[in-house]
Every structure is written in C-alpha cells, then in structure tokens.
Ligand binder design. Structure first.
Ligand code: ZN
Length: 454
C-alpha cells in the first residue's frame, strides 16, 4: 500500500462523525488547560502554552532575541506579568488581574502609584453597550499601560484615590514560536499557521491551536506525501519572524492554511489567497461547498490574520485562511465573553472534519500521466473493471475512465474533480489503482514559483 493511501486512511478517520467528535472532546480538554494562562506575543505564558501542546505532539522551539530584525519590523522586548490591581483606600482590589487576565492591557509597562479616578480615567477601557464584558486591549508597539473592566464596575467607582499597580517587566528577552513537522514522502511542503498570543480568550484563538494539534497528531500517525509544518506563533510578528528565517524554504511551499476561530456557531469560512486561484483555494472550493460542510468562500483582502504576511506581494504564497466567524465579526470577539462557553463542541468537530478533508485533498492532489493513452487500456484483464458487460460502469469504473481521459499531464486531481464532478477521494483512489497497475504515474512537481526564491 502506498504512503499516500495510508495517509488518506488516517485523515479519512478524522473526517468521520464519531472520530471527529472524539478529537473535538480532546481539543476542548486542551483548550481548558490553556485558557487560564496569560499569553502575549512574547513571554512565559507562550512557553507554558507550548509546554501543554508539547505533551501531545513533538515541538521544535525557536527563541528569537529581542531586537532581531524581521523585514520592516523588529522583535520587541519580552513582556512578563506577575500581578496587577487597582485598590481603593481600604485596600480592596476593585480591579484584579488575578480574577481575569484581560483586566490588564496586554504589554502594559510597570506602574506603582496613587491616583484619583480622574487621573486614572484615560487608562481605563470598558464597553458601555456590553456592561458585563471585559474588553481585550493591547499596547505591543507603544509604551503605555491600562486596565480593562466591566462597564458596570466602572460606573460605581468613587473619586479615589486609588493605588494602581502593574507588576510587569518589559526587558530584552525572546519571541518564542514552535513547529511540529510531519515529514512527507515526496518533495514539497505545506504549512498550517495558528496564533498563540491571546490570553484568556477561547475561540480566538485557543480553538485554532487545539484544531492544529488534532490535525498534526492525526497526520503523524502515517506518512503524508507533503511535509506538513504546523507553526504555533504570535500574530503578525510571529509569522514575520518565521518568514524572515525560512525564506529558503518558500520555493518548496505548495500550500498553506492560517486557521483560527473554529469553535463558534458561525458557518465555515475560507478566505482565498491573494492569488485567488492557488491550489489551496481550489481545494477549499472542492471541500467546503459540499453538502457536508456548507461553508462559504470569500475573496482575499489585506486585513485579517497572518495570511496578510504570507500573501504580501514579496511572498504571494498559496496560503488561505480557514475560520468560522471571521475576525471582528461576532459580538463576543476580543472580550471576556469569548470564553469556553462560546465553543460549540459539534462546531469544533465540524471544523476538524473540514480541515482534515482539506489537508487530505491538498496532500493527495497531484498530476498524473496516463502511460497507455492510445485507445482505452484493457482494465478488465487487470482486475480493475467489472467482468459482466452491459450494466454500464459503476462509480469506481467511472472514476477510472475520467482519470485515464484527463491524465494527459496537464490536469491535477482537483482539475479532474472540477471537470468531471466525480468526488476527489474517488478520483484519488482510481488514480492510485491505475498507478499500481502500471497504467499511470505521478508527475513530480517542479518547484512552485515563488518571488521569494529570486
Ligand atoms: Zn484576536
């Protein structure tokens, strides 16, 4: 049995209802263990999160020193926080980081002073329309500090004075990202990128991390055709840091997905790469528009997650994005209401099924050449065709005929699925059978064109 078929079997299991639900249950367990940690774009919260991921899949970490350039950016100083609070005159904490890590503006510089409410006001953030939610705010690239609180709590604050403490450090250190690599049998690589920088927020983006872990651990069970690289790094600066250290890899990159927001109640949404017709975009169209997933496809726009970096014109990589609700498009986005109760287990399972199918399609997709193109080869004598005539071809025979007809070297399996309407998995099975019978062979891909290789 070829490596390709074995891989398809593992990913097929994850596409089934029962297996995907079990995987979603396990993913929820991982999310619950990661949820309390205060993460940021750098710091020990990220490392503790990677420790938890590393208990499930092998991880290779990279620590990039502060000050290291990454194109037009540079790695910032490392941020760590131990405690923070606003206390009234009696010493009672009216805002307490230990109760919820969203209470502190992420990347706040250290503070220890006594202030009136009036002096404190410019440093407070709340959402008047959602008085029970704590907003999520950051100040990565501008030295500042602040607190986020429920509007209901803000409204009852007296004139003060208040003791205001943020016990944080912003010092030379590192940005940490990690990769889990599943080696493939053929040339070519694919990436799955998910951001790891958000503190106690569930859908954005513990769901992305947990789904990436589920996919990596399934893929590890067999040998895929492509080398699959799962990257866990902070948003924006993390993908920039990875790209700046991996330019030599990019000519081998066949496909990629940025994933996140995979557990909410919204429909699956695929955002096309900047190219719009990359193999990832075609695979998404093939998989997500099926009755099983009922997803939607949207065109590229230069706003969103790390696809912004992968699809920037200097790289223009075949990288799309898979989410349910898109960023900023659900009310709980970037607030304390994006907690574990927002995650719908069946939705998370559906995301795992769709992502597993996309990976299976991207991994199996290949150009095949018919080695007996003059007339139809005799399939019956090779045991590939039903021996009783007259009934017309069955599904599998039909797929064999389509592959033979379109395997002139110009079409990949996705193109065959698009033209014939035959399901991709059946064409893959037919192509493998023809290859094993010596009637067809895989055409190895030339290095994908990439401007980064210039
Ligand atoms: Zn976010």
């Amino acid at each position: 049995m070829s490596g390709n078929q074995r891989n398809a079997m593992v990913l097929q299991a994850l596409q089934r209802e029962a297996e995907s639900r079990a995987a979603a249950g396990s993913a929820l367990g991982l999310m619950a263990s990661m949820y309390p940690i205060c993460r940021s774009i750098t710091g020990d919260g990220v490392r503790r999160t990677l420790d938890l991921i590393g208990e499930r899949i092998p991880l290779e970490r990279t620590e990039v020193p502060s000050g290291t350039p990454a194109f037009d950016w540079e790695i910032p100083r490392e941020w760590n926080i131990r405690d923070a609070w606003i206390a009234d005159a009696s010493g009672r904490r009216v805002v307490d980081f230990r109760a919820h890590n969203l209470h502190v503006v992420n990347y706040s510089v250290p503070v220890d002073r006594t202030m009136t409410l009036q002096e404190l006001e410019p440093h407070l953030h709340s959402i008047p329309e959602r008085p029970d939610w704590i907003p999520y705010r950051t100040t990565y690239y501008r030295e500042n500090w602040g607190f986020c609180l429920r509007h209901r709590d803000r409204e009852v604050l007296g004139p003060g004075p208040y003791r205001v403490v943020i016990d944080s450090t912003l010092a030379p250190g590192h940005l940490t990202y990690a990769e889990s690599v599943v080696e493939g049998s053929a040339d070519g690589e694919a990436i799955v990128y998910t951001h790891t920088c958000h503190p106690s927020l569930a859908n954005d983006n513990l769901s992305g991390i947990a789904v990436a872990v589920a996919l990596a651990s399934a893929l590890r069970a067999e040998r895929p055709r492509l080398t699959w690289r799962f990257i866990f790094g902070p948003g924006t600066i993390g993908s920039l840091a990875w790209l700046s250290r991996n330019e030599r890899r990019l000519p081998r990159l066949r496909s990629g997905l940025v994933i996140g927001l995979l557990g909410d109640s919204g429909p699956l949404t695929y955002k096309r790469s900047r190219r719009g017709t990359a193999v990832t975009d075609r695979a998404a169209a093939c998989v997500l528009t099926s009755a099983a997933h009922r997803g939607t496809l949207t065109d590229f726009e230069p706003y969103g997650y790390d696809e912004r970096q992968f699809c920037s014109p200097g790289f223009d990589l075949p990288v799309g994005r898979l989410t349910r609700s898109s960023n900023a498009n659900y009310p709980e986005y970037h607030s304390s209401a994006d907690d574990l109760s927002l995650i719908v287990p069946e939705q998370l399972a559906g995301s795992i099924r769709a992502a597993a199918e996309m990976i299976a399609v991207l991994d199996a997709n290949r150009r095949v050449l018919n080695l007996s193109p003059k007339g139809e080869p005799r399939l019956g004598k090779r045991g590939l065709y039903g021996s009783v005539g007259g009934a017309g071809p069955g599904e599998f025979e039909h797929a064999l005929l389509w592959v033979l007809s379109l395997a002139d070297g110009t079409n990949d399996l996705l193109a065959m699925a698009e033209r014939s309407g035959v399901p991709f998995a059946l064409l893959d099975r037919a192509a493998s059978a023809l290859q094993e019978a010596g009637l067809a062979r895989t055409l190895e891909e030339a290095a994908a064109p990439s401007r980064a290789s210039a």
